[in-house]
Design a protein around this ligand. Structure first.
Ligand code: SF4
Length: 284
């Protein structure tokens, strides 16, 4: 019998790579353990992403900065903030980011996809993921697709982040096959610092990222098989404590997590209100 394909998204693979125990809590244990309260930085990221999606849904002649306050208000997610004053301050900051960002966009150019799901199968994976944006831009040999990922975390990103992102590489690999057009360039658009970190993949570098993803999928399937064969789930999906524990949704369930310093749901957005060069990284 051929082995079944491992159905996955980039976040599912990243979850196991970051911490097998977190993967188990999120994808294996049923009922799943309770998550902690919603994070304000997730609310902020979702609000900004949806605003940009809705901006592109407008007719080209209405894609103007003046529409942004209404768009952002309409999509604003309120969960996780410390209080209304903090929420209002973050709303204003997010609006500033968006106003600067749309100045860099040509309203008359429609992307190939906005929050577009791309899917591909390999010998091991059935991958699907939602790319923030897929552009078509002129290249030396004709139009090329570009994967664009919006970031709203505190810290700027560099070309190493773009090159190393497995998610972006898998989107590019899948988009190339879905649209039958070359897709080698991946970009991280960091709205708080108004910077773009880019990387040009090659056929080989995309293949390497796919191979790594397949290795992760094999590890996950082996751990799941081990549990089915009687291995203690705690052993098959070990904890992997790190600085991420403070931000983990399962910190209160996990024996390693309860020792990690607790973060307030609004800690990351508090730092988002500082000038870009100060403070540690936050999630997007
Ligand atoms: S708290 Fe840390 S060790 Fe525990 S599941 Fe979360 S990331 Fe893993």
């Amino acid at each position: 019998m051929p082995e079944r394909l491992f159905v996955c998204t980039p976040s599912k693979l990243a979850s196991f790579t970051d911490c097998p125990r977190r993967y188990r809590y999120a994808y294996v244990d049923r009922p799943a353990p309770p998550k902690g309260p919603p994070w304000a930085h997730n609310s902020l990221g979702a609000s900004v992403h949806t605003t940009l999606r809705n901006w592109y849904a407008l007719p080209a002649d209405r894609r103007r900065p003046e529409t942004l306050p209404t768009l952002l208000k309409g999509t604003w997610v309120r969960e996780g903030y410390r209080d209304e004053a903090q929420e209002r301050a973050v709303f204003r900051r997010a609006l500033e980011w968006l106003e600067s960002y749309v100045e860099t966009l040509d309203p008359d150019v429609d992307p190939v996809g906005v929050e577009r799901v791309v899917a591909v199968k390999t010998g091991v994976l059935a991958f699907n993921g939602r790319a923030d944006r897929i552009d078509s831009r002129p290249g030396p040999d004709g139009p090329q697709l570009v994967i664009v990922d919006y970031k709203t975390g505190r810290t700027g990103l560099d070309t190493d982040d773009a090159r190393g992102s497995q998610a972006l590489a898998l989107y590019a690999y899948a988009a190339e096959r879905v649209f039958r057009q070359p897709c080698r360039r991946v970009e991280l658009h960091h709205l708080p610092s108004a910077t773009v970190a880019a990387h040009e993949h090659t056929v080989e570098s995309l293949a390497r990222q796919v191979t790594r993803a397949e290795e992760t999928a094999r590890d996950i399937m082996a751990a799941e098989r081990a549990v089915a064969d009687g291995t203690d789930p705690d052993e098959a999906f070990p904890v992997s404590p790190s600085t991420l524990c403070g931000w983990c949704d399962y910190r209160r369930t996990c024996p390693a997590g309860v020792e990690a310093p607790a973060r307030d749901a609004w800690s990351a957005v508090e730092r988002a209100l500082l000038p870009p060069q100060e403070g540690p990284a936050a999630q997007d």
